[in-house]
Design a protein around this ligand. Structure first.
Ligand SMILES: Cc1cc2nc3c(=O)[nH]c(=O)nc-3n(C[C@H](O)[C@H](O)[C@H](O)COP(=O)(O)OP(=O)(O)OC[C@H]3O[C@@H](n4cnc5c(N)ncnc54)[C@H](O)[C@@H]3O)c2cc1C
Ligand code: SF4
Length: 415
């Protein structure tokens, strides 16, 4: 692999105005990292990437580079772009091997911050606040740290040991982690303030599966994607699986099912091809792995035998978005041993329903200003719980901004 990466890095023409960096939401210093890499200064390249984004290794694995750095690389105009993701992976992987994290001692003048949720948003802000001298504790509802990185994205796309390495560095840097602690269930945000945390960051993501609201959703062979992906190994889906939904999560479910023994997996999309919200790349992989796709089919009922789909009539809603309605009389049973519903997720309400003063929008997402301040003083939020389901790099970028706002707020508190 390294042989190809070197050859590929040599294709970088070191643009004066690197479009690859403009295409990266985290403004990764790609050109300079490639220059250092080719100059045999790998640790320096790694440091540059890590300081810009402590989750650089993760981004090298799973960012949608085709729309970002690689999609913008000038070399892609008349051929293939520089394979930036593989170069970033190589550099960041090496760097984490040689990097010796130093415990960041809490500055006595700095306050304690509670971070709820250990996904990309929580991990990033923890790194940034530790660096500024704050005491940082992460509260995580699940057993292990990482959010969707650990409990959503399948092992074949992001090995869990990659997440472990980032968490290990964070722990050595001085963060305290309380696993199995859902804030709002027992301990509340008010308890955190009572116990001396002076700012709270909500990076709690979107973990409530969207329902189809049709008959049969509670049957024993029906599962929600976000729950299945937590640990596909514990499910026995059988041979024939129907996946309802056509986003990236549906592709991850499909590809996981095909790797866990199911032989006949079909993705059902209620719209035409324009209804595929998964990236082209993910859809292609799902097909290569063996999935079939059916378009313009709306699920009307799930039974023990499978799913009744009707042909879709496609119209537009008031905002001009395509919507599908079932055409009466066209229902047909598609047999399945298991059905997985993958039609998006929304935020849970466990924190906002147990805490006064944190306003949410109509869709339940936390209402914040442009810096991530919620309507309750001292409570900030970022990542998917604010934007809805987005990407890892967007959560990272949001956390950078919110870290500055928390620092400004806490500095103003000590006068
Ligand atoms: C299946 C799937 C595949 C994806 N693939 C990609 C991809 O390839 N590339 C990409 O860029 N993006 C991908 N995404 C999107 C990306 O993972 C998210 O945008 C990102 O993880 C959001 O980060 P976050 O920190 O806001 O939330 P999350 O990663 O969701 O983390 C939130 C954390 O908060 C915890 N939590 C929630 N409530 C509480 C509470 N009350 N108390 C304590 N802890 C709590 C949760 O357990 C979780 O650990 C994917 C998403 C899914 C679902
Ligand atoms: S746009 Fe492509 S060629 Fe130009 S600096 Fe970036 S990686 Fe190198």
């Amino acid at each position: 692999m390294s042989k190809h990466i070197i050859e590929d890095a040599k294709r970088c023409i070191q643009c004066k105005n690197p479009l690859c960096e403009k295409g990266c939401p985290a403004a990764t210093p790609i050109r300079e990292a490639i220059r250092l890499f080719l100059d045999n200064r790998l640790a320096e390249a790694g440091k540059l990437l890590f300081e810009n984004n402590p989750l650089s290794l993760i981004c090298g694995h799973i960012c949608p580079q085709e729309n970002q750095c690689e999609g913008h690389c000038v070399m892609g105009k008349n051929g293939s772009p520089v394979f930036i993701s593989a170069i970033e992976q190589y550099i960041s992987d090496f760097y984490l091997n040689v990097y010796e994290p130093k415990k960041m001692l809490k500055n006595k003048k700095r306050q304690n911050v509670a971070i709820i949720g250990s996904g990309p948003a929580g991990l990033t802000i923890a790194f940034l606040l530790l660096k500024k001298g704050y005491g940082v504790t992460i509260f995580e509802g699940k057993e292990l740290t990482g959010g969707i990185l650990r409990y959503g994205i399948p092992e074949f796309r992001l090995p869990k040991r990659v997440v472990d390495r980032i968490v290990d560095v964070l722990v050595k840097t001085g963060v305290k982690i309380r696993p199995n602690t859902t804030i709002g269930a027992n301990l509340t945000v008010d308890d955190l303030f009572r116990d001396g945390f002076e700012a709270v960051f909500m990076g709690t993501g979107v973990w409530r599966p969207q329902k189809l609201n049709i008959k049969g959703e509670s049957l024993g062979h029906v599962h929600f994607a976000i729950e299945y992906l937590k640990n596909p190994a514990v499910y026995n889906l059988g041979e024939r699986v129907i996946v309802i939904g056509a986003g990236n999560t549906a592709m991850d479910v499909t590809r996981s099912a095909l790797r866990h023994g199911s032989r006949d997996v079909t993705i059902f999309c209620n719209l035409d091809e324009s209804g595929i919200t998964a990236s082209e790349h993910e859809l292609k992989y799902a097909k290569i792995d063996g999935a079939r796709v059916e378009f313009c089919k709306t699920a009307v009922e799930i039974t023990d035998e499978g799913v009744n789909f009707a042909d879709s009539k496609i119209t537009a809603d008031k905002d001009g978005r395509k919507v599908a309605k079932p055409i009466k009389g066209t229902e047909k049973l598609y047999p399945a041993d298991s059905v997985i519903i993958a039609v998006s997720q929304g935020p849970q309400s466990v924190i906002v329903s147990s805490t006064k003063g944190i306003d949410v929008k109509q869709n339940g997402l936390v209402a914040v200003d442009e810096s991530g301040r919620s309507t309750r003083q001292g409570v900030f939020a970022g990542g998917d719980v604010v934007t809805g389901a987005k990407t890892v790099v967007e959560a990272i970028v949001a956390s950078r901004k919110v870290a500055e706002a928390i620092d400004e707020y806490l500095t103003s508190q000590i006068g």
